[in-house]
Design a binder for this molecule. Structure first.
Ligand SMILES: [Fe+2]
Length: 402
């Protein structure tokens, strides 16, 4: 995110003495990507960011996966994962249920009512899409408000915690990268400014505007890091003698931010526009797109729903989070559903959807799509909410009894 911001109290020159009112020095920390060779931020701490007093194991939620074999497109009903009042005791960090994953990305779902512990994902950036509900995300850079439709982008290693707010459950669709999640390079000038053709720009991004200063002693930070467990991960609870939210000021181009899906300006055309026009973010070996309510194709003979397509290099994961998804009518898919269309399966509209779409000029649909360039496996949550029948919805029948 090459967009400079400064918040709170920073000295006029970097790497120079920055003193508290009692004369003591603040501790300057550079949080930087790709060593010292990409975006970074300088944070000024009251305490010592290296000081820890304990580290003990954290058993991560179940991250085991099974392959999508025999190969099938799938319909996963995420809302079934948190029945009844279960959500009231769950939090956004420890309550995640792994739905799909591979060596590049893990997609989880959680419905939460409780505050999460302080958390640091040291493996990659997180992009959390708020399906519904609201929260305050307290971060070492300062607090962020999150509401329905927000993507909350949290750079790798950002200490933060989720505090659901309001009466409604917080429904979160969590995309964890093993890399960085950024706006697509083609949206940016060579110096990093959003270009005129991009469907969103700097004004649509919200970052912390004031520092977070919290007093505290022996604060646990639940840290997800590279290790020998499932998915090559492990967890540790690291204890800091002073509160990690002790930053009086920071500046730079690396920080958490939110972007609301309602601020995505759809690109439309006379005939069907391909999914790359719907792209929001890119990351290592996957992309994130969204399909928002929009005017649809206006050629007099246009077919507004997508043509059948075999995106041979990708597995395609669509999360339906609002409206009525035109191409999937008759498949059982509703808000809260995921469709997984794996590489090797040519997919497209359900029977009758093409004819029904003719002459329509507006689609009231909202979906978040993740396309991965390596095949996705099913996590325990994905297996638990698989409807088992989606694969046969185009033909109208499943296998004959043997
Ligand atoms: Fe597709």
């Amino acid at each position: 995110m090459a967009y400079y911001r400064a918040v709170g109290d920073v000295p006029p020159k970097r790497h120079t003495q920055h003193r508290r009112s009692d004369g003591g020095l603040y501790a300057e920390e550079l949080m930087g990507e790709e060593g010292f060779s990409s975006d970074s931020a300088l944070l000024y701490h009251r305490g010592n960011p290296s000081a820890i007093v304990d580290s003990r194991p954290w058993d991560l939620p179940d991250l085991t996966t099974v392959p999508n074999h025999p190969l099938k497109p799938r319909h996963l009903r995420l809302h079934d994962l948190f029945p009844g009042e279960e959500w009231k005791a769950a939090d956004v960090v420890t309550g995640r249920r792994l739905v799909l994953g591979n060596a590049d990305v893990r997609i989880s779902y959680v419905v939460a009512g409780e505050a999460s512990p302080h958390y640091r994902n040291a493996v990659g950036d997180e992009c959390v899409y708020v399906e519904s509900g609201a929260a305050v995300v307290e971060t070492v850079f300062g607090p962020l408000a999150a509401r329905q439709g927000d993507y909350v982008v949290l750079p790798r290693a950002t200490v933060h915690r989720w505090l659901p707010s309001g009466e409604e459950p917080l429904r979160a669709y969590v995309i964890e990268a093993n890399s960085h999640i950024t706006p697509p390079k083609r949206y940016l000038s060579r110096y990093g400014q959003f270009l005129e053709h991009a469907p969103y720009c700097e004004r649509d991004l919200t970052a912390p505007s004031e520092p977070a200063l919290v007093d505290g002693r022996d604060v646990e930070v639940w840290t997800k890091h590279r290790g020998r467990g499932p998915a090559g991960l492990a967890g540790s609870v690291v204890v800091y003698p002073t509160h990690p939210f002790d930053v009086v000021g920071w500046d730079g181009c690396l920080y958490p931010y939110t972007f609301n899906v309602a601020d995505f300006e759809p690109i439309t055309g006379r005939v069907h526009q391909p999914p790359p026009v719907h792209q929001v973010f890119e990351a290592g070996n996957f992309v994130i797109c969204n399909f928002v309510p929009r005017k649809v194709d206006y050629h007099p003979l246009a077919v507004p729903v997508p043509y059948y397509h075999s995106n041979v290099d990708s597995d395609e994961v669509m999360f339906y989070c609002g409206g009525d998804y035109e191409a999937r009518q008759g498949s059982g898919i509703t808000p809260g559903s995921i469709s997984l269309h794996p590489g090797g399966h040519s997919h497209g509209p359900q029977p009758g959807a093409v004819e029904r779409s003719l002459g329509k000029d507006y689609f009231d649909e909202l979906a978040v799509m993740v396309d991965t360039f390596r095949p996705l496996d099913l996590g325990e949550g994905g297996v638990a909410c698989d409807d088992g029948a989606y694969a046969w919805t185009w033909s109208g029948r499943g296998p004959e009894p043997r």
